[in-house]
Design a protein around this ligand. Structure first.
Ligand SMILES: Nc1nc2c(ncn2[C@@H]2O[C@H](COP(=O)(O)OP(=O)(O)OP(=O)(O)O)[C@@H](O)[C@H]2O)c(=O)[nH]1
Ligand SMILES: [Mg+2]
Length: 436
């Protein structure tokens, strides 16, 4: 159970030594704490230098900046205390505040309060967390758009569109009661158009998620094809063991790198051998199959000795087929990408193929805004419901059509306002860092 009555404290700057550390205090005890430290009344946007007594007579000279309800980040009275950037000093200042009755904040608790006090929307709160963990300029660009409310605007437009459809459908039901002859084909066309907008929006979101969360790419194929050699080249690291002994890799080995600014998480696997397997090989193959469920992309690597290798993959997965060890044979099959992992031939071409495989239109993806799997899951579920609504848009089942539109609408609403159960909010905010 989250307690919103407490006054919370945390160090909001990175832990460790530095010129300055910033400690945040938020909650109703701020005026009392401010007075205790400075002997003065708290005021909005006031900056004051004061000494905080630490242990054994040591005093720390700090700068206190205060903001008053509702004009602060959290929407509560807030004090930001800047002290020397020494972790021991930070801990002593925190413990001084703790002795005054403040509680150590949970991860993301300041931002959660900002959301609950309606200072920011949930989408903005998520974007703030994404901004902090952004690893590339592209990502920062996208997050900034979400922060400026562009994602929110698009979602609002979609929610409004659905609202209108619901009103129209419910209007038709009322007409139906009066037993007038009605033509539902116009409504059906509108629901259909709405569904394609929703589907398009969701695919844009999925691209954005890939940029933010990284493209999970599994390297698979027959034994000894050079999967681990390729893994090491792509990740520019000696991540996987390479040997001429077939069946070397059994565990999943993963490493993230950026290609053209896009994060890829490569996963080297045992592949799925078509040969008779021992227990260990079987465990390795099972792990590879498990990893496939989470993957966004597959590189299937064969070599001239294994050209007959054939494997089926989940149909929604994009599979890039590559033939390795191009140095060993001059024979070339048509429309096949040949590389040599060992001699680093055609690796750049493979990287180009990887980029265009995930981002059908790379610029479109990068022009979008940041988004999370949570958003995409809700959009997908909502689309499912409104597709059912579309199929039920006729006289005999118009009530059911309205019901499914309502479910679609509830699901979309949860993107901005999840049913505020503590658990769900806790789950969303727990991925934030302490002090944010
Ligand atoms: N000639 C040649 N040999 C290669 C090439 N790439 C990899 N090899 C060799 O092929 C052998 C197997 O390489 P690995 O990278 O361990 O192959 P793997 O697919 O990971 O093998 P398992 O994990 O055992 O399934 C090693 O001896 C590599 O040096 C290549 O492009 N050309
Ligand atoms: Mg291997």
């Amino acid at each position: 159970m989250i307690n919103f009555e407490d006054t919370i404290i945390a160090c909001s700057s990175p832990l460790g030594s530095g010129a300055i550390s910033c400690i945040r205090v938020s909650g109703k005890d701020c005026p009392k704490i401010f007075k205790k430290i400075t002997k003065k009344e708290i005021k909005h946007k006031k900056v004051i230098i004061a000494e905080i007594p630490l242990k054994k007579g040591i005093k720390e000279k700090c700068v206190l900046t205060s903001y008053l309800f509702p004009n602060s980040y959290t929407g509560e009275d807030t004090i930001e205390i800047s002290c020397h950037g020494n972790p021991i000093i930070v801990e002593l200042v925190l413990s001084f505040l703790n002795d005054l009755g403040c509680r150590y904040a949970e991860p993301g608790e300041f931002t959660m309060r900002a959301y609950l006090n309606e200072k920011i929307s949930l989408i903005e709160a998520e974007a703030i967390s994404d901004l902090i963990s952004s690893e590339s300029l592209e990502e920062i660009k996208m997050v900034n758009k979400s922060l400026k409310g562009e994602f929110q605007k698009e979602i609002n437009k979609i929610i409004l569109g659905l609202k209108k459809l619901r009103a129209e459908t419910e209007g038709e039901i009322d007409f139906n009661d009066q037993e007038t002859n009605i033509d539902l084909s116009r409504l059906k066309t509108k629901i259909k158009a709405f569904n394609s907008t929703l589907a398009e929006f969701n695919s844009k979101i999925e691209d954005a998620i890939l940029v933010g969360e990284g493209v999970k790419t599994i390297i698979t194929g027959p034994e000894n094809a050079g999967k681990s050699t390729l893994m090491n080249i792509l990740t520019k690291n000696n991540t996987s063991i390479v040997s001429e002994i077939p069946g070397t890799t059994r565990d999943l080995v993963s490493k993230s790198v950026k290609i053209q600014g896009i994060k890829f998480e490569f996963i080297d696997s045992a592949g799925f051998s078509t040969k008779q397997q021992g227990t260990l090989e079987k465990i390795g193959a099972d792990r590879a199959k498990e990893a496939l469920k989470e993957a966004n992309l597959v590189i299937e690597l064969r070599d001239p000795k294994n050209l007959e290798y054939e494997m089926s993959y989940p149909k929604e997965l994009k599979v890039i087929k590559v033939i390795n060890k191009s140095d060993l044979s001059k024979e070339r099959l048509e429309n096949q990408l040949y590389i040599s992992a060992k001699f680093e031939e055609n690796i750049q071409e493979l990287e180009e193929v990887l980029i265009s495989a995930v981002f059908f239109n790379k610029n479109k993806a990068l022009n979008g805004f940041s988004a999370r799997s949570r958003h995409s899951k809700l959009l997908t579920l909502s689309l499912k419901e409104s597709l059912v609504a579309e199929s039920m848009c006729d006289e005999s089942s118009i009530e059911l059509c309205a019901e499914h539109l309502k479910m679609a609408s509830d699901l979309l609403g949860q993107i901005q306002n999840p049913y505020s159960s503590d658990d769900l909010l806790g789950e969303i905010f727990s991925s934030f860092c302490i002090g944010k």
